[in-house]
Design a protein around this ligand. Structure first.
Ligand code: FAD
Length: 222
């Protein structure tokens, strides 16, 4: 099998992988991204980007298109606490607003950055990143899976597979960017430390607790 050399192999076409492709292209570093699913996820998941993330996207000229794609969830909000009952009972709308102002670079934080955060949800963001990554020369292959890799002194040898044709390809890469390390590296010490519970609902009574939020309540516990 012919071996194709590339500088960087990115495994995973989520927000992080697609952003890595974009920022590498921005610095004229070629990369190959493989994502096993045929298309980005349609689940909203992350409901926004903080101001620092928007500064980085501004650097590569994407902030306007991201703001333009903020979706209906823009009116949603989050509440944080150990249990949902305690969170709803004790959370003040001022504390919540201060938390989001800090996150989004608004209110008293507005002078710190030329941008604010964005409520562009992950399902809207990833297609933007995917289109931009391809447009800027990143080799981005969905429906393509990393099957295995071997670490060498000066890089890695990886086997990838096009899932629509089952054709496999062996590539050598100087570096590997991968989120799913635990899946491949034995004896990983990775352990989840935080658990989040999500409930999505609309209710008029929520407005009494959190006037600016009518759609989402989240309760996180460690
Ligand atoms: C219900 C839910 C709600 C969330 N809400 C928030 C939120 O409000 N705010 C927030 O900041 N974050 C939130 N998150 C977390 C956020 O979604 C993740 O942090 C984010 O998706 C991480 O991006 P990523 O690119 O690192 O990983 P992922 O999005 O998980 O992408 C990794 C990709 O790698 C691919 N892959 C795996 N193995 C292989 C392989 N062998 N070959 C090729 N591809 C492979 C997977 O298919 C996947 O698409 C939420 C997550 C969930 C599930």
């Amino acid at each position: 099998m012919e071996m194709k050399p590339i500088p960087t192999l990115i495994v995973g076409g989520g927000t992080v992988g697609l952003s890595a492709s974009l920022f590498l292209s921005h610095h004229h570093i070629p990369s190959l991204l493989v994502e096993l699913h045929p298309r980005p996820s349609s689940h909203p998941r992350a409901r926004g980007l903080n101001a620092r993330s928007m500064e980085l996207y501004r650097e590569i000229g994407l902030e306007k298109v991201i703001y333009a794609n903020e979706t209906a969830l823009v009116k949603s909000g989050g509440l944080r606490g150990e249990t949902l009952v305690a969170t709803l009972a004790h959370h003040s709308s001022q504390a919540r607003q201060a938390f989001y102002d800090r996150l989004e670079g608004k209110g008293t934080f507005a002078h710190l950055s030329p941008v604010t955060g964005s409520r562009c949800t992950q399902d809207a963001l990833e297609p933007i990143l995917l289109a931009a990554a391809r447009e800027r020369g990143g080799d981005v292959r969905f429906n393509t899976q990393l099957l295995s890799f071997t670490q060498k002194r000066d890089g890695i040898i990886a086997t990838i597979q096009d899932r629509s044709t089952s054709v496999q390809q062996v590539i050598s890469a100087d570096s590997l960017l991968m989120e799913q390390r635990a899946q491949y590296v034995p004896h990983s010490t990775f352990r989840p430390t935080d658990m989040a519970h999500w409930a999505i609902f609309s209710t008029s009574s929520l407005k009494q607790i959190s006037p600016t939020s009518s759609r989402i309540v989240s309760s996180a516990s460690v």
